[in-house]
Ligand binder design. Structure first.
Ligand code: ACO
Length: 434
């Protein structure tokens, strides 16, 4: 009977060690027993950017990057996108099971009735410059919520956690819409309890004078996009939420860290970057030259919206998004950049550089085109990502807080700096000391 263990021989000492394997992992702290002498700290793992290190056990989202599979609590993303709706998926991610009719009604009602923000939040947002990026407004305002809800510090109280999670999911669209209205110099539109989660958000964004009615196709499209973005296991922003949350700070502060991480162009900012890239390319005829620059640029210039740390085949979300794009363009008219995107994808998928590196379109490649066709400015794209991802952040935060194996996150380092030396008086320094 083969054993679930790993035998390691340390060639420095000739000693052999046996460490258990569980879930296809060894526990790296088990390596600490491997020492060259009594003053040796013990062997560590070196893994910048966590390429091969599991940071937690999680029962929320499953990804098989080679096969292009994404499941929330076991349900394939394609089925959820087709048959479910965003708040039902939110319930599933948070509670682990699909809700009954009654449970969904209660949850929807709860979220719908927590959409207002304190009036002082509004004045706080007024303090931003007219040209502040809505994503920086969103992150700062979410962080500020911790000052409005001091009870959020009770992270050991299950009921308190539930209240804060409801508030976060409910208020995110309001803060997002207010950020946008602020940058446009438009008055804020207050939330409506009569509308769906998505229709309410779109109305707060777009309503100016007269009656505003959300087009049902666009409402459904955004709902699907929200489902696709709701969680994606241990990505950069989720890891930020878990890391900051591991200090036992309130969830608003932890989620604000997630917004910060998502703002970056390699993460949630990628859809904004895709649009800028397509605009820079400008015409289908310029694509070969652009591809040449990407391939020759030693990683400096990237084909934005391509590649993924986990997916080494087509991102399953990108497949669903392509279908949604067709439905949206039926209503809005085709985004003129679509032709460039389609041709770029076609060429890249045939090009040896991208094939060899297994670079396929990710969720961001087409989402920006849909958002733009729906009338959103590029600055709003990462915000449109942050709203649904709040659900994932909250589910992962809850899981982390209730996981007995978790402690405050505190990685090790390999020190490469100067060895011990004595302080040199300022007047005796010659500059450029090393
Ligand atoms: N265009 C051109 N080359 C690329 C791209 C790209 N988009 N992505 C990766 N590569 C190349 C790298 O230069 C590297 O080449 P090398 O082996 O010759 O050095 C190789 O492919 C492997 O790439 P890594 O950078 O090691 O992959 P990593 O897993 O670290 O990065 C990432 C993943 C950040 C998503 C990367 O593919 C990228 O920057 N893509 C563009 C930005 C983007 O679309 N981000 C959105 C991701 S999805 C999301 O966050 C929701």
């Amino acid at each position: 009977m083969p054993k679930d263990t790993l035998t390691i021989t340390d060639n420095r000492t000739g000693k052999t060690y046996e460490v258990p394997i569980e879930n296809g992992c060894i526990r790296t702290p088990d390596l600490r027993q491997i020492k060259t002498g009594s003053d040796d700290f013990g062997l560590m793992g070196y893994d910048p950017a966590f390429l091969n290190t599991a940071n937690c056990k999680s029962a929320i989202t499953f990804i098989d990057g080679d096969k292009g599979i994404l499941e929330y609590r076991g349900y394939p993303i394609e089925q959820l996108a087709e048959k479910s709706n965003f708040l039902e998926v939110a319930y599933l991610l948070l509670k682990g099971e699909l809700p009954t009719e009654k449970e969904l009604e209660v949850f929807t009602n709860l979220v719908t009735h927590h959409t207002y923000v304190h009036e002082n939040v509004k004045s706080f947002m007024d303090g931003f410059r007219y040209d502040a990026h809505p994503m920086s407004m969103l992150g700062s305002t979410v962080a500020a919520l911790s000052g409005f809800y001091p009870d959020a510090k009770n992270i050991r109280d299950e009921r308190s956690r539930e209240i804060q999670i409801t508030r976060l999911i409910a208020k995110m669209p309001t803060i997002a819409a207010f950020s946008y209205r602020h940058t446009m110099g438009l008055p804020y539109v207050y939330p409506s309890n009569e509308l769906s989660y998505v229709a309410n958000f779109l109305t707060m964004m777009k309503h100016i004078g007269g009656a505003y009615k959300v087009h049902p196709v666009l409402e459904k499209a955004l709902d699907v996009l929200f489902i696709l973005h709701a969680d994606h296991e241990q990505n950069c922003s989720t890891t930020s939420v878990r890391t900051v949350g591991s200090s036992q700070v309130d969830p608003y502060s932890a989620v604000a860290a997630g917004v910060g991480a998502l703002y970056g162009p390699l993460h949630g900012g990628a859809n904004e970057a895709v649009l800028r890239m397509l605009r820079d390319i400008g015409h289908v005829s310029k694509i070969p030259e652009f591809i040449k620059q990407v391939k020759g640029g030693e990683g400096e210039k990237k084909l934005m919206g391509f590649g993924h740390r986990v997916y080494k085949s087509y991102d399953p979300r990108a497949k669903v998004i392509k279908r949604v794009a067709d439905e949206v363009f039926e209503v809005t008219g085709k985004n003129p950049l679509l032709d460039i995107a389609l041709e770029l994808e076609r060429i890249a998928l045939e090009d040896e550089y991208f094939v060899k590196r297994k670079l396929y379109p990710n969720v961001d490649f087409y989402s920006g085109l849909i958002y733009e066709a729906m009338g959103f400015q590029a600055e709003m794209f990462p915000v449109l990502f942050a709203i649904p991802r709040t659900v994932g952040w909250c589910a992962q935060w809850e899981e982390m807080v209730t996981d007995n194996e978790q402690k405050i996150a505190r990685p090790r380092q390999i020190y490469t700096g100067a060895t011990r030396r004595d302080y040199v008086a300022r007047e005796k320094r010659t500059g450029g000391q090393k």
